[in-house]
Design a protein around this ligand. Structure first.
Ligand code: ATP
Length: 240
């Protein structure tokens, strides 16, 4: 559907179209459409812009990714449908590996996501032929690559389920989450939580790395970041 640029919710509608397109292509799971809707609601509540608490968390996240021995970015259907090109650029800029990890894993979806990532410029993609399991998780989402997520010291998990973040934390990994919902278990379990829309945050992170800006991590408090996000939501609700 052609969306007129003048529409007041142009960007939001464009992203909706992108997600629906990804669903039609078999990249996004049925439940991915619902997860996107939840994200839209929280984006509305943070004002649909990158807030200072998100920018702060991005810089700390990047410091950890850039200083990791084995940094891995987890990719699911929604991430691939919304920002395949930018996630490939982020992996390149931070020397991170890309690994496909799906809650609703099917061989067909894995292949389609891998193909789209390759089209976007990815070379090596982990998680396609998994050879390890994340302990404590049942079913197919536990599957991972030994040289990727299994042995990673830093894992960036955009749009994640809380269980997997907790399981990765139990393995001793430093976990960076990107989630518009500051109340989710994912947001609360991660070491660093970027409360922002994926489509704004990922290109911004690439831009920060390229700028060569010095990244400070001193005194970072993820609880305070989540508190600032909740305060912002309260402010937005109070204004209207
Ligand atoms: P948890 O187990 O962590 O409590 P959940 O059950 O709330 O997670 P899901 O249903 O898996 O989580 O939903 C995925 C999360 O991704 C939601 O919290 C939603 O706000 C967030 N989300 C969806 N789309 C985006 C987006 N484009 N950018 C950032 N976050 C998003």
């Amino acid at each position: 559907m052609e969306i007129p640029k003048s529409h007041p919710r142009y960007v939001s509608l464009l992203l909706r179209e992108r997600i629906i397109e990804g669903w039609k292509e078999g990249i996004v799971a049925d439940a991915g459409l619902l997860a996107h809707g939840r994200g839209e609601a929280f984006d509305y509540l943070i004002g649909e812009i990158t807030q200072p608490f998100a920018l702060h968390a991005m810089k700390v996240a990047l410091h950890h990714m850039l200083n990791a021995k084995n940094s891995v970015i987890s990719v699911n259907g929604n991430v691939c449908a919304l920002c395949a090109g930018d996630i490939v650029k982020l992996a390149r800029a931070t020397n991170s590996k890309l690994e496909i990890n799906l809650f609703y894993r099917t061989e067909a979806r894995v292949q389609k996501i891998a193909e789209k990532l390759r089209e976007a410029g990815a070379e090596k993609i982990f998680g396609v032929n998994p050879d390890a399991r994340i302990p404590g998780l049942e079913h197919l989402r536990a599957l991972c690559s030994r040289d990727g997520m299994y042995t990673a010291d830093v894992v960036f998990v955009p749009l994640e389920d809380g269980d997997r973040v907790e399981a990765l934390k139990k393995m001793g990994k430093f976990v960076i989450a990107l989630d518009l919902n500051p109340l989710s278990r994912t947001a609360r379990s991660a070491d660093v939580t970027i409360v922002d829309n994926l489509v704004r945050a990922v290109p911004k992170m690439v831009e920060i790395v390229k700028s060569g800006e010095k990244l400070e991590i001193e005194g970072y408090d993820n609880g305070a970041i989540l508190g600032a996000a909740k305060k912002k939501i309260w402010e937005v609700l109070s204004e209207h």
